[in-house]
Write a protein that binds this ligand. Structure first.
Ligand code: GLA
Length: 594
């Protein structure tokens, strides 16, 4: 492979000494089925890009401490090789913190077991915690750098650190690790363009770049004031936005967004379009925000990007291509791509509705999974059970008088049953932490869902589960509840559950459907009629669904489907109002706001 130099000039990036403008688009390999990586990269090139950017998610690569995984959908090297095969450059952002609307902002939940570690700081325990991961990533990057004949032209250190902390020792320790590992290409940081954030988020030896989606001239001026020389770059040109459960679907006007891109490019800046294609928060990978109210992020990461959640060009794709064409040479369009921007997107196939049947209750599927006795009410972090569902149980030895159960906080959603009968739900997003019980005796079961760990702000790394103390209020009398039992909910038990002839009902039930297909195909699974829960297609975790929307479909990528019988498994935590599985001709991401 030919080797090239890539350096920082007085005002521009220099490729082999010549001025070079980065035209990049973000693709998160972990949000796209690996069999669809090539297609999305290829379309990025067709839009006129010369570079593809990705974050690297520490939490997914190191699900358990010391067990690093770079295989299958996490094969970062293969992703970069596909980028190289298209003659594109690559930008890699390994964090260790990445935000990205990802569970915990990419920090693995096991890191939070020790609540005294100062995250994203020069605390030696934090630095040591990411060493194995960072080494593993950087080792894989060294030979893929452009000066060794690979695609990688830039790596980013941390992410918007100026919005979080002020610890140059931490940024220096990180930078030193990159350099010691053999990284020779320029290193960057990204921050929102305020003087304070741009100052606290970087070091003199790192190229400072900005994140914004509008008012380019003004933002570039702020960036220039913070950094008198070097190329100007918007490392996150936000061309859309993400959604929260219970809120509207975000869109940005394609013409307006294209005009903003034109302004940015006319000013001579380099760009990374965030996102070129957002993809999907499969499984339990979505994060959450909290600026006083908890807001969990939805399963779709469509982002209103130029390529939609299913990878199909949208109006934004064509408008961006046209803008890029004003500033750079465009490649010919790939064969088979409709050239009429107004042409409707290719609809999905809609298999006939099929019956959806109860398989067994969650209780029955978990009958063999033991509970552990604990004294005080533990958080899930204290138990080392980091995500998904968790069962708490306590025997109340009161009487027939009603009572109120009061917790400090519920993170994030709890379903309560007294002697097996549902008595209510506690929702964190509604600031609920107390519930009345019809009597103060009986076995109280509480199923708790982690709806996504915060990925931004000072509460990053907060403990999850039920937060104590737990009290029982009966009249004026208050009693602290101790002697709990806690149980895991291994998700493989749900996917593998076999029918036990039970009839179904409200509460946590496993349901299944069989969908015949004559060939693999992308599908939009309708979630109308489903309550709240998780879905798997042929064992692949499609993600969370929730009646409150905004999205009312789940994206099923073609590579997880097969010709023949396909199996859909649902874990419904509330109640179904349908006995059928249905499909839509398109993804439904919900109502938008003017
Ligand atoms: C910031 C972060 C990204 C992402 C976007 C919003 O710019 O750097 O990781 O969270 O906001 O989508």
């Amino acid at each position: 492979m030919p080797q090239h130099t890539f350096t920082i000039g007085e005002t521009d990036f220099l490729l082999d000494g010549n001025e070079f403008r980065i035209l990049s688009g973000a693709l998160h390999y972990f949000r796209i089925h690996p069999d669809q990586w090539r297609d999305r990269i290829h379309l990025g090139k067709a839009m006129g890009l010369n570079t593809i950017e990705t974050y690297v998610p520490w939490n997914l690569h190191e699900l358990r401490p010391g067990r690093l995984d770079f295989t299958g959908g996490l094969d970062l090297e293969r992703f970069l090789d596909l980028i190289a095969a298209e003659d594109l450059h690559a930008i890699v952002r390994p964090g260790p913190y990445i935000c990205a609307e990802l569970d915990g902002g990419g920090l693995p939940a096991w890191l939070f077991d020790d609540t005294t570690i100062r995250l994203r700081s020069s605390d030696p325990r934090f630095l040591a915690s990411f060493d194995p991961y960072l080494h593993a990533v950087l080792d894989r990057m060294v030979d893929r750098q452009i000066d060794r004949g690979g695609p990688v032209i830039l790596l980013q250190v941390e992410n918007e650190f100026g919005a979080y902390g002020d610890d140059p020792t931490y940024l220096q320790a990180l930078t030193d690790r990159f350099r010691r590992a053999g990284i020779t290409v320029p290193l960057t940081t990204v921050d929102q363009p305020t003087p304070q954030m741009l100052r606290d988020g970087t070091l003199p030896e790192l190229l400072t770049t900005g994140s914004f989606g509008s008012r380019a001239t003004e933002r570039l001026r702020t960036l220039r004031q913070a950094q008198p020389t070097g190329p100007l770059m918007c490392s996150e040109f936000w061309c859309g936005w993400f959604d929260h459960w219970g809120a509207h679907h975000h869109t940005t006007d394609a013409a307006q967004s294209a005009a903003e891109l034109d302004d940015l490019l006319s000013a001579g800046a380099s760009v990374n379009i965030y996102m070129l294609h957002g993809g999907t928060n499969f499984g339990l990978t979505s994060g959450a925000n909290d600026k006083g109210t908890y807001q969990p992020t939805v399963t779709s990461y469509d982002y209103d990007a130029p390529l939609d959640e299913a990878g199909r060009p949208t109006e934004k794709f064509w408008r961006f291509r046209e803008v890029i064409g004003r500033h750079a040479a465009l490649p010919p369009l790939p064969h088979g791509l409709p050239t009429d921007p107004a042409a409707p997107r290719q609809p999905f196939r809609t298999p006939e509705p099929v019956p959806l049947s109860p398989v067994r209750s969650l209780d029955s599927a978990l009958a063999e999974v033991p509970f552990t006795a604990v004294d005080e009410l533990p958080t899930r972090d204290a138990l080392g059970i980091h995500r998904g569902l968790l069962r708490y149980r306590i025997t109340l030895d009161g009487d027939d008088r009603p009572a109120v159960l009061r917790l400090s906080e519920v993170r994030d959603r709890a379903w309560l049953r007294l002697d097996g009968i549902p008595v209510g739900t506690l929702a964190r997003e509604d600031h609920e932490s107390a519930l009345w019980l019809p009597r103060s005796r009986g076995v109280l079961d509480i199923l708790v869902e982690d709806c996504g760990r915060l990925n931004y702000g000072p509460r990053l790394g907060e403990p999850k589960g039920l937060i104590g103390p737990a009290q029982l209020h009966r009249g004026p009398e208050v009693r602290e509840l101790t002697d709990w039992q806690v149980g895991e909910v291994p998700l493989e038990r749900i996917v593998e559950a076999t029918p036990d002839g039970a009839a179904g009902g409200p509460g946590a039930w496993i349901h299944r459907a069989e969908i015949p297909l004559d060939r693999p195909t992308d599908l939009a699974l309708l979630t109308d009629g489903l309550g709240k829960g998780l879905a798997w297609w042929n064992g692949f975790p499609l993600g969370r669904y929730w009646r409150k929307g905004p999205q009312t479909t789940l994206f099923v990528p073609a590579p997880v489907t097969c010709a023949g019988t396909n199996e859909l498994t649902l874990l419904e935590l509330e109640v179904l109002t349908t006995e059928q599985v249905r499909f839509a001709p398109d993804l439904r991401l919900g109502p938008t706001e003017e």
